[in-house]
Design a protein around this ligand. Structure first.
Ligand code: 9YW
Length: 417
C-alpha cells in the first residue's frame, strides 16, 4: 500500500462522523490541537471533513471563548482518564451543552482554518466556513488575551496538559511544589494501550490530577488561584502565528481588525523567554518569574514566525549537538545531551511528527529549503515505517506510544502533497 492509501485508511478508521479521534484505543475522544493538525491532513482528501473537524470543536466552545482540550464521547468514558465524570463540565459556569474538559490546548486552530480554507476556497465559501469560523476563533483568542495574559503580554498555561507536551522537562520545577492527589490508586487506562516506559509516571499523574481537580473546583475561573502558571514558547508562538492567520481570514471576509499588530505584540513578548546561554526560548514560571533552563523542541517553535529576531541562533541550536538535525530521527523533543533526556518517555526525548511538521515550516520560512525537504521526506518515511506511531526513539526510529495515530498520518499526508 502507498503512504497515501495507508494514511487515508487510518484517517477514515479514526473518523467518528464529525471529528477524528487521535487514536482509537488510547485517545477515544476529540482533542483540541490534534483536530487542527488532523484537519490540515483532511483538507487534501475532503475539504468538507476538514471543516467539520474544526466545527465540531467550535460547537464545544465555552461562553468565555475557551476551546476545550477534550470534547468527550460519553460512551467511552471508562477508556480515558480523567474523563467526563471527572470534569462534570455541565456543573461549571459557561460550559457548552456537550461534556468537555475545562483546560485548553495550544492555539493552532486559526492557522489550520486558513489552510483548510485555502485547500478549497469554493467549497469553503459555499459552506460559509470562514464566516462561521472567524467569530469562534476571535472569541478563542480573546479568551487567551483576557483570561490568560498578564503584563508580560504572554499567555500562560495552568496545567502541563495545556501545552500539549505533557511531561516536558519545562514542568519539572513548577511541578515540584504541587502536591500529589491523595488517591489509593491512580487510574491509568492509558497503560493498556502503551508501554509504561513510554508514558508519564504515576507521580506525575498524581500531580496532574491534583492540578486539574483544583482548577475544576475553582470553577475554571482563571482567578489567579492556580498553583501552576507557566509561559510556554510554543503556545505563544502558535498563538502569534494563528493571530496572523486571523488577519488573513479577516481580509478574506472584508473585515478590518488589528490581528497583525496583536501578532507582533505576542512575538515581541516572546523575547522575555529568550535564554542566551542555551540559544533557544525557554518556559518561564509566571508565578516566580524563573526561566526554566532546558532546551526543548517547544523553545524552537518560535521559528515558525518569519520575523523572529533569534532565527540564526535557533537554527544553530536545531542543527547543533542538542537536536542534531539531519543525524537524529526527525527532531527530538528535548536536548539529547541533557540529564533529563529519555529515549522513550513521551516529551522528554522521543521525536514527534507534529513538531517535525512545524520545523519543516520553520526551515522553509528561514530559507533552509534543502533541510526542509529532507525533514519532510523523513516525516513521510518514518510515518509509514512505524505504522503511524505516536512518537519515535530519536536515534533508532523504533515506534513508541500508540500506533495508528491520527496526526502522524494527517501531517505526513500534508507533506506528501
Ligand atoms: C495523554 C492526544 C494528546 C495530545 C497531547 C499528547 C497526549 C494526552 O495525547 O496527551 O493522555 O497523554 O501529549 O499533545 O494532544 O493525542
Amino acid at each position: 500500500m502507498t503512504l497515501e492509501a495507508a494514511a487515508i485508511r487510518l484517517l477514515v478508521r479514526n473518523w467518528r462522523g464529525r471529528y477524528t479521534v487521535p487514536a482509537g484505543g488510547l485517545y477515544p475522544h476529540q482533542w483540541s490541537w490534534d483536530s487542527a493538525f488532523i484537519a490540515i491532513g483532511w483538507r487534501h482528501l475532503s475539504a468538507r471533513r476538514a471543516q467539520q473537524e474544526l466545527e465540531s470543536l467550535f460547537s464545544a466552545q465555552w461562553s468565555d471563548g475557551r476551546l476545550p482540550q477534550i470534547v468527550f464521547d460519553p460512551s467511552r468514558d471508562d477508556d480515558y482518564s480523567p474523563g467526563a465524570a471527572f470534569w462534570r463540565s455541565a456543573e461549571l459556569p459557561g460550559s457548552p451543552p456537550v461534556p468537555t474538559a475545562g483546560l485548553v490546548q495550544p492555539p493552532n486552530h486559526a492557522w489550520a482554518a486558513l489552510l483548510v480554507h485555502r485547500a478549497d476556497p469554493r467549497e469553503s465559501r459555499r459552506r460559509g466556513f470562514l464566516e462561521r469560523a472567524y467569530p469562534a476563533l476571535v472569541a478563542w483568542h480573546t479568551y487567551l488575551r483576557d483570561r490568560r495574559t498578564d503584563a508580560s503580554g504572554l499567555a500562560h498555561v495552568v496545567h502541563p496538559w495545556e501545552s500539549g507536551m505533557d511531561n516536558s522537562p519545562f514542568w519539572d520545577e513548577p511541578l515540584s511544589a504541587v502536591p500529589e492527589a491523595g488517591l489509593d490508586r491512580v487510574p491509568r487506562p492509558d497503560l493498556e494501550h502503551a508501554a509504561a516506559t513510554d508514558r508519564p509516571s504515576d507521580t506525575e499523574y498524581r500531580k496532574y490530577l491534583h492540578l486539574a481537580a483544583a482548577y475544576r473546583d475553582a470553577g475554571v475561573a482563571d482567578d489567579g488561584s492556580e498553583q501552576f502558571r507557566v509561559h510556554d514558547p510554543a503556545v505563544n508562538a502558535l498563538w502569534a502565528r494563528s493571530e496572523l492567520a486571523l488577519g488573513e481570514i479577516a481580509g478574506e471576509l472584508g473585515e478590518r481588525a488589528d490581528h497583525d499588530e496583536r501578532a507582533q505584540r505576542i512575538a515581541d513578548a516572546l523575547e522575555r523567554l529568550w535564554h542566551p546561554g542555551l540559544g533557544c526560548y525557554v518556559a518561564r514560571d509566571a508565578r516566580t518569574g524563573r526561566l526554566q533552563e532546558h532546551r526543548t523542541v517547544s523553545g524552537l517553535v518560535p521559528l515558525i514566525l518569519s520575523g523572529v529576531p533569534r532565527a540564526p541562533e535557533l537554527l544553530e541550536t536545531l542543527r547543533g549537538p542538542s537536536f542534531r538535525l539531519g543525524t537524529s530521527v526527525l527532531v527530538p523533543s528535548a536536548d539529547v545531551q541533557a540529564p533529563t533526556f529519555d529515549t522513550s518517555r513521551y516529551w522528554r526525548g522521543p521525536s514527534w511528527f507534529n513538531t517535525a511538521w512545524l520545523m519543516v515550516e520553520a526551515l522553509e520560512r528561514h530559507g533552509a529549503e534543502h533541510e526542509a525537504r529532507s525533514l519532510a521526506r523523513d516525516v513521510i518515511t518514518h510515518a509509514e515505517a512505524s505504522g503511524f506511531a505516536e512518537y519515535l526513539h530519536p536515534f533508532t526510529a523504533a515506534a513508541r506510544g500508540t500506533r495508528a495515530f491520527s496526526w502522524t498520518a494527517a501531517l505526513a499526508l500534508d507533506l506528501h502533497h
